[in-house]
Design a protein around this ligand. Sequence first.
Ligand SMILES: *[C@@H]1O[C@H](CO)[C@@H](O)[C@H](O)[C@H]1NC(C)=O
Ligand SMILES: *[C@@H]1O[C@H](CO)[C@@H](O)[C@H](O)[C@H]1NC(C)=O
Ligand SMILES: *[C@@H]1O[C@H](CO)[C@@H](O)[C@H](O)[C@H]1NC(C)=O
Ligand SMILES: *[C@@H]1O[C@H](CO)[C@@H](O)[C@H](O)[C@H]1NC(C)=O
Ligand SMILES: *[C@@H]1O[C@H](CO)[C@@H](O)[C@H](O)[C@H]1NC(C)=O
Length: 405
Amino acid sequence: MRFHLLLPAALAASIERPLTLGAQLQSTAVSGSSQVGVISFENVGFDGFYHQVESFSNIDKDSCLCSLLDERTHYNGTNAPLNEELSVHFRGPLKLHSFGYYVSSDYAQGQNGGEWTRKAHYDAASQTADNVTFLVNGGDESKCLGKALTYADADGVHTASLPQVLQKDNLIESDAEYIIYSNVLCGASGSGKDCGVYRPGIPAFHGFYGAVKMFLFEFEMPTGNGTLKQFYKYDMPAIWLLNAQIARTSEYLANALCLCWNSGCGEFDVFEVMNATETNHLYLTIHDYQGTGDINEGIMAYAHFPRARNGTMKGGVVFDLKSNAIVFLLDKVSVDGTVQGSLVNLWILDAGKQAQESLLSVTMGTALALALSTKSHLKKSGSDAVRATGLVALVSWLFSALLWV
Ligand SMILES: *[C@@H]1O[C@H](CO)[C@@H](O)[C@H](O)[C@H]1NC(C)=O
Ligand SMILES: *[C@@H]1O[C@H](CO)[C@@H](O)[C@H](O)[C@H]1NC(C)=O
Ligand SMILES: *[C@@H]1O[C@H](CO)[C@@H](O)[C@H](O)[C@H]1NC(C)=O
Ligand SMILES: *[C@@H]1O[C@H](CO)[C@@H](O)[C@H](O)[C@H]1NC(C)=O
Ligand SMILES: *[C@@H]1O[C@H](CO)[C@@H](O)[C@H](O)[C@H]1NC(C)=O
């Protein structure tokens, strides 16, 4: 999804000038990838750490610099680091009909019981916007941070000086992007504060918390107008989740010292067109270090969803209590105020063919132990593609892990 070069934080910290390189994501051949209605990752979450942004200086000047905290931010447990607060990102061509964010104390896929409570909601038709703030990267340009976050205008493209509700007819074109945060304002910027360090002057909001959480969407991804040459990402719509700290510092410049992404604070691509030659397929990718050293490539599910170009798609992503992350597309999905766990189970069953991948059981600090027992860490149920990726990536992962320690 994003284009950053992999740079272990310890190494990055020794480089004194801002990096301006943008490593392009390599497209992996995925011929033979099957079309499904449900894609799930099991064993999501591991014991690891990343580095938060510590400070910025001269953000309006050529001498703009960022630094990361030497101190590690540790995470562990169910769905980590995606158990942290996330922001929700959209790229056109896309039209959003509705969005819901839910939490549950006890939902586990396939088990009876559990209930989801909606904590944020957008509905285009009724112009409902509860606990959502629409932002765009449209503000002041900085040499090391890119454009600042600002409120989005009702069209989801332009900027506004106050929060706006995304309008009913909110179709955005290729390349256009907006972000949804909650409406809970961050406290002051600073290490150890509720939102960590964020860029001065931005509207800074909390992301959506929860180890066990669910996002539902009703959306369209129609064919883009224009041509390949007119856009950076022509006709490549996407919906994805980022650790909420990322866009509050710098989402789009490949400066590893200005955001926590490169050191692995987490991204989950839910429905993403990966390249201009495969625009009818939506892929799912996790970008963290759970068994890969290549944060750019990440861990992509081998299967894909079909992109419906005409009409509305409905679906969601669930992070459950048992470390499963399940993404599904199904017309029956409805963004209601309360959703029973049993209904989500039915949706997942009804969505059709399922593809399942298993993430590796790794610990960021035990690189050497891992090297000695590589085989046992590769789960049998993962697809060949993921297992092969795991093996190749393990080597570079070990390198980065060793550089860190
Ligand atoms: C991207 O494009 C290449 C061809 O250029 C293709 O082989 C590959 O399967 C495509 N899809 C993805 C998901 O990378
Ligand atoms: C796991 O993370 C939590 C914070 O999220 C921390 O309080 C706890 O000490 C960590 N546990 C381990 C074993 O690292
Ligand atoms: C809005 O979302 C935030 C972030 O997840 C959450 O902390 C807050 O409780 C939500 N507000 C309401 C009224 O549910
Ligand atoms: C393309 O342009 C037509 C005509 O202006 C418009 O109706 C349609 O909504 C546009 N589609 C997209 C994806 O922007
Ligand atoms: C979708 O709409 C386009 C034109 O609007 C049409 O050419 C195409 O056949 C439609 N596809 C489907 C699957 O209905």
